[in-house]
Every structure is written in C-alpha cells, then in structure tokens.
Write a protein that binds this ligand. Structure first.
Ligand SMILES: *Cc1c(COP(=O)(O)O)cnc(C)c1O
Length: 397
C-alpha cells in the first residue's frame, strides 16, 4: 500500500501514456496503397528508392535494405567475416540482438562496460577487452546519442577489427558534423514501430566500402549472385545464377520500403519534436537533485529515440521498481531499456556471470524510459514532468 502513499490522491492523468508510439499519416497510407496495386511487392523500385534516400540522408556510399534491424546486424557480421572462434565486443545495455548477431555466426560476444554518464560503451573498456580474436565491435548509439566513434574506430582498426555501429536508435543523429551511417565501417538501422522511423518491420546496413556492400547484398538473399564477376563457373544463359555463400532470405518488401520512404519525408519534423521534448525534460529534471540527466558528448547532435529517467535511490525512500509502479499509478506507462544482455538465462547458461560490467548493472537498477514520441502534446509532456516531480517529492528522504 506504499504505492498509494507515494502517489497520494488522484492520478496526474486519467488516460494512459506509453513510452513510444508510431506516427502514421495519410501520405504513409497512400504510399503503401500505391505499392499494393503496383507490379512489385518485393525486390522492386521502392527498395532502390529507399536505399538511395538512406545514402542521401546519411552521406554513406551504399545502403542495403533488409527485413529488420536484427538481420541487418547478422549480415553486417557475415560481411565482416565473423566466424567460429572470433570475438565481438558490445555493450550489455542494449537489445539482445546486438550480441546475438555474434552467436549467429558461431562467434563469442564479449561485453565492455559503459560510461556512467553517457550510458554508451566506454572506449577505454573496449581497449581493455580487445584481443587478437576480436573481429568486430558492435557499438550501440544508446537512446540515439552517437557513441564515441573516433576513438572506437581507432581502437578497432589498430586491431584489424570492423566497427559496426548499431544505429537502431540513432537515425538522424550526427557525430562531429557527419551523419550516423557515414562514419563507422558499417551502420545498421531498425524500422520497428517503436523506433523514430518505421516500416512495420525493416532494417538497413550502410557502408562506404564496395567490398562490404557486395557481401551484404549476397548474404541478404541466400548467398545467390547474378553478377558474373562473383561466379565460379561460366554462365549457362540469361536465367543463370549461382549460390556462392550461405545467405538467408532477409529481403524487405516494397510495401515496407514505401512506408519507410514516406516516413523519412517526416524525419525533420520528427527530429524537431523529439528535440523539443528532450530539452523540456532536461530542463525540468536538471532541477531535481534526486534525478540524474544523461550526459551528451559535444560531438553528438542527437535525435533521441529514448528518454532515460535515472533516479538516485540513495536519496529516495523508494527503489526503481516502486518508482516505475508509482508512474504507472499516475497512468504513465514507462519501460526499462535494457536488462543487461548477459543477465538473460540464455547467456547465463553460456557461462556469463553477473558483475562483468558493474557500471552497466548499476545503471540498469536505476533507470526507466519515459514517454518520447512525435505525437506527444505539450500537456502530455507536462503531465510526465508533474508525475515525476510528485513522486520524488513524496519519497524524498
Ligand atoms: C530494435 C533494436 C534492434 C533490433 O531491431 P529489429 O528491427 O527489432 O530487429 C537492435 N539493436 C537495438 C539497439 C535495438 O533497439
């Protein structure tokens, strides 16, 4: 019944707010409908259009659209040549896919700790964990803030490893004046509905390397090529193709591509609104001593996907779970991103133990994700701030 005491009286809102929601308009509906009555439902012109749009947006030379952010990470690892005996370094504060992609290739995920202030992977910890077995680093732009790309590129290349940036959160973000997608060896995007731009499902890999691009295209579709330069035998005729590697079917449909293209036309307004909301939250929460605001590195011009509320449990009579539940009682449904990957039973059974990344584990026990999406009204944002303020005031030590 402590919860009642914390909340006290009527909830801040009478309708529920969730942490994320897609925004679909008439233009999106029209774009999808047009594809449905066209000649191509997959492998058609919308895929090319999307890939060109992504290159234009990011400045990357090549883009490969695929079925989702997870398949994007998988083909990126395959293109990097990741295989049995190799290691892949990533952060524990991410969706499991950032580490699973190593396991798909028979390689071993190694977890580096985070920077306690930015919550992104700490290049110093990567430098400690890197070995001659490391073939790739998957650096996640957690919440949308770019990782420290320059130091990470330096460490990766000194060790002949490939830097894959998991940009599932960071479409629209720039690092040091360059758009995410054009800096790392490969960058992956996700177009899941909770992300800034959606296709229902969808993903993409961006790269400046022709060699990596050719491999990405191959692994996206069964390892099959119609390009004679990659064939081992002479062509039998115009129908001829060869399977030269073991790929998957990770293709995207034109239906998804049309939706993503239409959504990308709104990226600027999405960015603007997300930045406004983040600025308002930061302003309000930086005045509350019981709350820590995520630090931004000056190099990152961030389009934020997630807003993290981090509490200081030592200054409060309640812990994160109670805070989370109290927010729910105010009709503000938060979420937690993420449970450290190696805490999941599957990873436990592989032999990973608690304590590998203490800063990440501490962050996990203190954070929750607040509502952040384009369609939030100013009143919604004020309601969230009101709820947080009220709960802090009622649980101050
Ligand atoms: C969403 C997400 C993914 C996976 O993307 P899907 O499109 O859902 O497969 C990978 N990494 C991170 C950090 C994500 O947030």
């Amino acid at each position: 019944m402590e919860q009642l005491a914390i909340n006290g009286g009527t909830p801040v809102r009478d309708t529920k707010l969730y942490y994320g929601h897609q925004y679909i308009d008439e233009a999106d509906v029209k774009a999808v409908s047009e594809v449905l009555v066209s000649d191509f439902l997959t492998c058609g012109p919308k895929i090319t259009e999307l890939e060109e749009k992504l290159c234009k947006l990011t400045g990357a030379k090549y883009a490969v659209a695929c079925s989702n952010g997870t398949s994007a990470l998988h083909i990126a690892c395959q293109a990097a040549g990741l295989t049995t005996g190799d290691e892949l370094i990533t952060t524990p504060i991410t969706f499991a896919a950032s580490a699973n992609c190593a396991l798909y290739c028979g390689a071993t995920p190694v977890f580096a700790d985070i920077n306690s202030e930015t919550y992104n992977i700490d290049p110093a910890s990567v430098a400690e964990k890197i070995t001659e077995k490391t073939k790739a680093i998957v650096a996640v732009d957690f919440t949308g803030q770019a990782v420290e790309l320059n130091p990470l590129l330096k460490i990766a290349h000194e060790h002949h490893a490939v830097l894959i940036e998991d940009g599932a959160h960071s479409i629209g973000t720039a690092y040091d004046g360059k758009m995410v997608g054009s800096v790392a060896d490969m960058t992956t995007f996700s177009f899941h509905p909770v992300k800034t731009v959606t296709g229902g499902e969808g993903g993409a890999v961006l790269t400046n390397s022709k060699e990596l691009y050719d491999r990405l295209v191959l692994f996206r579709s069964h390892g099959i090529t119609r390009d004679e330069q990659f064939m081992e035998h002479d062509s039998h005729g115009p129908w001829y193709y060869e399977q030269v590697a073991l790929g998957m079917n990770y293709r995207m449909t034109d239906i998804q591509a049309a939706l993503i293209c239409s959504q990308l036309d709104k990226l600027e307004i999405f960015q603007k609104r997300r930045k406004e909301i983040v600025a308002r939250y930061n302003e309000a929460f930086s005045e509350i001593p019981e709350i820590t605001v995520q630090k931004e590195i000056p190099e990152s011009d961030t389009t934020r996907h997630l807003y993290i509320l981090r509490i200081k449990p030592k200054l409060l009579t309640i812990d994160r779970k109670q805070f989370f539940e109290a927010m729910g009682a105010e009709n503000i449904c938060c979420n937690v991103h993420y449970i450290p990957v190696y805490w999941h039973p599957y990873y436990e059974h592989l032999g990973y133990q608690k304590g590998i990344c203490p800063k990440a584990e501490k962050l996990y026990t203190e954070m929750m994700s607040l509502p952040l999406y384009y369609a939030l009204s100013d009143q919604d944002v004020e309601d969230v701030i009101h709820a947080v303020t009220k709960i802090v005031e009622n649980s101050r030590k």
